[in-house]
Design a protein around this ligand. Structure first.
Ligand code: MSP
Length: 508
């Protein structure tokens, strides 16, 4: 049994959650659930990023004190986590005392190791990204300069502490070389490597022009740069600075899930901060792509940000969870459209998986007295199906290990389609009169197929798959991956089946 640690980014509390936020955490949740199903010890962390100029400004705009404002918005991310069914083990807020302690301890450690010096910052800053940019990275329109992200930048000039980032350039390049899996997908890795090769400047890590942040130890006129503060959350939750803490066993993190916009912070600054403080860098940073909405960029000004809670209300939680990870290769950008969601739900969940379950379980109910038929030898006609089923959990595991959520789902769906082909070819409903013994064999194999599908789909659709496993008569303790090796005893009574997925009506 291994110990694994997965994290989501911590979300800015400047605004209420949208589908992009739900997405990063969903991917993390599915992997965390999968690892638990494999029997591993998992620590899954999410939370909120509450300091900095951007949040301070959002609080001012709302006419509230920053603490009261962040209490309120952070709560909406907690509600999102519950409603999306995330199985996070902790929810961290950067305004908590444990986090202030960790940040200040990390700072002091960096000072002790001569990694920090006092200077003066003069350059471009984008509040929206909470990021510094070099002049060569900017473009100008109508007299306003913009960062590559599209965020406007402003000139900042203030006293500042610096982290000796430039010193770590060669080490970082060696680290990427020696750990080819550290940044995924590969396109992001290349981007990061060429950015580092182009030369790293020392990084400004404190601000003096506003107050909403963690005070620098010994010099409270400075607050810590919000990205140093934010990244530290990953070790705060593991108990830092108490490296004897029980949770510290989980460090280093196995995967930091992030969006493509925040790769630079996670893949450059973060390993450098850690290494400089004598701590181990994380094992992997996976950057997913961005969602557009019906072909348009999601933005506050367009007012098209999609509220995940409204989608849950409309389509149900599990269809939404399935769609988000099924539709777009994880790592690519994708477009959210209602038509695509409805197509997947109706075609794959209702018609393929739901129908297979319903047909099989209704036949067992009607023709086998509602009791599970006996395990039987595979006839030649059954061999393909059974072989593919036996290989499925390992194939899914391989895809999830590489964060290929879409390929995992595709592999499962391909088998569900094959099982539908099998039921059509074997016609168990016709065998009832001609060969009832063979009918029982076919239905038992179909039951096996459904059990495998429901087991491996639990991380994606926990609620619906629990209902499916109930209908299949699989007891709670037999729902892990290892339990698939043990067939359920024959004769087990199965409850009457009920539809698992509702087909979404499309208005004509
Ligand atoms: N607070 C920082 C992260 C600090 S982690 C130490 C932050 N927060 S955020 O709220 O702006 O974004 C959080 C995550 O949401 C990012 O991974 C980002 O990529 C993701 N998304 C925001 N909009 C998105 C889409 N339109 N589509 C997909 N994901 C997007 O950055």
């Amino acid at each position: 049994m291994a110990r694994v640690y997965y994290t989501t980014p911590i979300y800015y509390v400047n605004d209420k959650p949208h589908i992009g936020h739900a997405y990063t955490s969903l991917a993390t949740d599915v992997l965390a659930r999968w690892k638990r199903l494999e029997g591993h010890e998992v620590f899954f962390l999410t939370g909120t990023d509450e300091h900095g100029q951007k949040v301070e400004k959002a609080a001012q705009d709302a006419g509230m004190e920053p603490q009261a404002f962040t209490d309120q918005v952070s709560q909406s991310f907690r509600v999102l986590a519950e409603r999306m069914g995330y199985s996070n083990d902790d929810f961290i807020r950067t305004t908590e005392p444990r986090h202030r302690r960790a940040c200040q301890a990390l700072w002091e450690e960096l000072v002790r190791r001569d990694e920090i010096y006092l200077g003066h910052y003069e350059g471009w800053y984008a509040v929206r990204d909470e990021a510094f940019y070099g002049p060569d990275e900017l473009t100008e329109r109508d007299g306003v300069k913009y960062a590559p992200s599209g965020a406007p930048v402003a000139w900042v000039k203030e006293p500042s502490y610096f982290f000796r980032l430039s010193k770590w350039q060669d080490w970082l390049l060696r680290f990427y070389e020696e750990n080819p899996g550290f940044i995924a997908p590969g396109s992001r890795r290349n981007e990061v490597i060429s950015f580092v090769k182009s030369g790293l400047q020392d990084l400004s890590i404190s601000r003096t022009s506003f107050k909403w942040g963690i005070p620098v130890p010994g010099d409270p006129a400075h607050v810590m740069y919000v990205w140093l503060d934010a990244l530290t959350n990953y070790i705060t939750a593991a108990g830092y600075p108490d490296t004897g803490a029980d949770r510290w066993r989980f460090w280093p993190a196995d995967v930091h899930f992030v969006g493509k916009d925040i790769v630079r912070f996670h893949a450059i600054y973060w390993p450098a901060f850690l290494k400089a403080a004598g701590l181990e860098p994380p094992r992997r940073v996976f950057a997913h792509g961005w969602w557009t909405i019906e072909g348009q960029k999601m933005s506050k000004s367009l007012g098209n940000a999609i509220d995940p809670l409204a989608l849950i209300e409309e389509y149900g939680l599990d269809p939404l969870r399935y769609f988000l990870l099924r539709e777009v290769p994880f790592g690519n950008d994708g477009d959210f459209s209602r038509a695509a969601l409805i197509g997947r739900v109706n075609g794959e969940l209702a018609d393929t998986l739901g129908n297979l379950a319903n047909r099989t379980l209704s036949l067992i109910q009607r023709n086998c007295g509602g009791r599970l038929p006996a395990v039987a030898e595979a006839a030649p006609a059954d061999a393909d199906l059974l072989q593919a089923l036996a290989a499925l959990p390992a194939a899914v595991a391989g895809h999830l290990e590489a964060q290929e959520f879409h390929l995992a789902l595709e592999a499962i769906m391909a088998q569900a389609r094959a099982a539908n082909g099998y039921i059509t070819a074997q016609q168990p409903w016709a065998l009832r009169k001609t060969d009832p013994a063979r009918m029982e064999v076919v239905l038992r194999h179909l039951h096996t197929a459904l059990r495998v599908f429901a087991t491996v789909l639990q991380p994606f659709m926990p609620g619906t798959m629990a209902a499916m496993l109930d209908q299949l008569g699989v007891p709670e303790e037999a729902r892990g991956l290892a339990a698939l090796a043990t067939p359920l005893p024959e004769g087990r009574p199965l409850p009457p089946p009920a539809p698992l997925f509702r087909k979404i009506e499309v208005a004509a």
